[in-house]
Structure formats: structure tokens, C-alpha cells
Design a binder for this molecule. Structure first.
Ligand code: ZN
Length: 262
């Protein structure tokens, strides 16, 4: 599965979100699919959520799949924002994490903010040596992206540094922190990812599905699921504060102003 908006560094809009969901759905149903690999076309894996490309579609309604909450369209304020982000960000990432087949994020270049959510929802992360990761949303006054896995995927101590500084973490450091499984040369990313996928795919399907579920359950017992729910409320407190004080849920920052901080 390839994120394919390379002209916008694979910025994620809702069209992309539902295309990803369709692909995961088909992958789950297709007995010939053993493992799913998620990568990005172009120079980067993903620059995160779409904050301002011509294809930004956050006002457009869509068929909701992650939950039964009403549409964000036709509602106002925090009610609309909460409904939307619960569906397209937190709910969708949780849904993809539960796919009963192994998933591998094959990451090169930028993996920023919303891009982290796509990689983190996968089971394994294989990074090329040019990959880098950051979640600079504290600049917007927001305590991390909607799928708040930070303390579980990189440890609480480093999660604070990652959020407080908002700086890029390179693939090697991400490996040392346990956030990625392997770091490989850029020109070997595809072949090494496919090699690992092939070896996993040779294992029995049910064994893989149960092993995945076992580890996900353990991670939830370590607080991932309830922790993310708690932080989702803080995330929306921050959005609401931004609207009250500046009139804009992300404090008037766009993709360009976020990027200039690096
Ligand atoms: Zn948000």
C-alpha cells in the first residue's frame, strides 16, 4: 500500500484516509494477502495531516467507519472537531492497528506528526537511514498528535524530550529508542522490507493473527488504549483553547510555519 500524494509530501486528507481504510479492508478479506506493507511515494513517507494543500477536505462529509458518532459536518465548535478527529484520526488508526494480519511501515524521508500515526499503527517499522521523525505540534499549543502513542513507543522520558523540543529524530536514534525495528540503507529499503514481509508471510495465518492480538492486548494492558483516550481529551482542550484565544484550532500555524521551525 503506497501513500500517493508525493507532490504534497503525502499529506493525509480524508480521501487518503478512506483509501487506506478500503485497502486494509480488502487486505483483511483476501486470503492471498499475508502481510501488508505501507510505504510512501516520492521523497517522504508522510509530512502529516493536510494543513493546506488544494485537496484539503476537512469540511467534506464522508461515510464514517470507525464509530457511530454523528458527522462533523453540520455541527459547530468542539462538537464538530471532536466528532471528526475521533473518526478520521484516533478511530481509524485504532481500526488499522487491529487488522488481523501483520503490517509493516516502510519509512523513508519525513515522518512527521500525522505521519507518525500511520507508522505507529503498523506492527513493524523498517526505516531507511535517511528517515526522520518529529511531532512539532507543541508549537501549536497541542500536546501531541491525536493517536498519542508516544510514551509507549519511545518511553516516557524520551517522549517528553520529543514533544518539548519538537525536533527531528533520525532513524538511528529512533532505533536506539526502540521505536523502529531496523534501519537499512535507503537503496535497500524496499528489498529488505519485502524480505522480512516474505518471511513473516510464510508463518501460519492464525498464529500470526493471535500473536499480533496477544501483543496488542499486552500493550493495552500497559495503558495504551485508555491512555490515548485520556490524552485525546487534552488534545481537544488545546484545540478549544486555540479557538478561544486566536480563532483557529491550530493557533494560526500552517504547514509552512511548522516546517520553518526545523
Ligand atoms: Zn487535532
Amino acid at each position: 500500500m503506497t501513500l500517493h500524494r508525493p507532490e504534497f509530501r503525502n499529506a493525509q486528507n480524508s480521501v487518503m484516509t478512506y483509501a487506506i481504510d478500503d485497502a486494509f479492508y480488502r487486505a483483511a478479506a483476501d486470503d492471498d494477502v499475508k502481510v501488508v506493507v505501507l510505504n510512501g511515494a516520492g521523497k517522504h513517507f508522510s509530512a502529516g495531516h493536510d494543513l493546506g494543500t488544494p485537496g484539503r477536505d476537512h469540511h467534506v462529509p464522508y461515510d464514517r467507519r470507525a464509530g457511530l458518532w454523528w458527522s462533523h459536518v453540520g455541527h459547530e465548535g468542539a462538537e464538530s472537531r471532536f466528532a471528526r478527529e475521533q473518526e478520521v484520526y484516533l478511530g481509524m488508526c485504532r481500526r488499522w492497528r487491529e487488522l488481523p494480519k501483520p503490517t509493516i511501515a516502510s519509512v523513508h524521508g519525513a515522518c512527521i506528526a500525522g505521519g507518525l500515526m500511520l507508522a505507529w499503527a503498523c506492527d513493524l517499522i523498517i526505516a531507511s537511514d535517511d528517515a526522520f521523525f518529529s511531532d512539532p505540534v507543541v508549537k501549536m499549543g497541542i500536546p501531541g498528535v491525536e493517536y498519542f502513542a508516544h510514551p509507549w513507543v519511545m518511553g516516557p522520558r524520551f517522549a517528553k524530550e520529543f514533544l518539548f523540543l519538537g525536533e527531528r529524530v533520525d532513524a538511528r536514534r529512533a532505533y536506539e529508542l526502540g521505536m523502529v525495528n531496523r534501519v537499512v540503507p535507503r537503496d535497500e529499503l524496499e528489498s529488505q522490507t519485502l524480505d522480512i514481509a516474505g518471511r513473516i508471510g510464510a508463518m501460519p495465518r492464525l498464529g500470526l493473527a493471535l500473536a499480533k492480538r496477544a501483543v496488542n492486548q499486552a500493550e493495552d494492558l500497559m495503558g495504551l488504549h485508555s491512555g490515548m483516550d485520556a490524552v485525546f481529551a487534552l488534545h481537544h482542550l488545546a484545540h478549544a483553547h486555540n479557538v478561544e484565544t486566536s480563532g483557529d484550532s491550530v493557533g494560526g500555524l500552517d504547514a509552512k510555519s511548522m516546517r520553518n521551525g526545523h
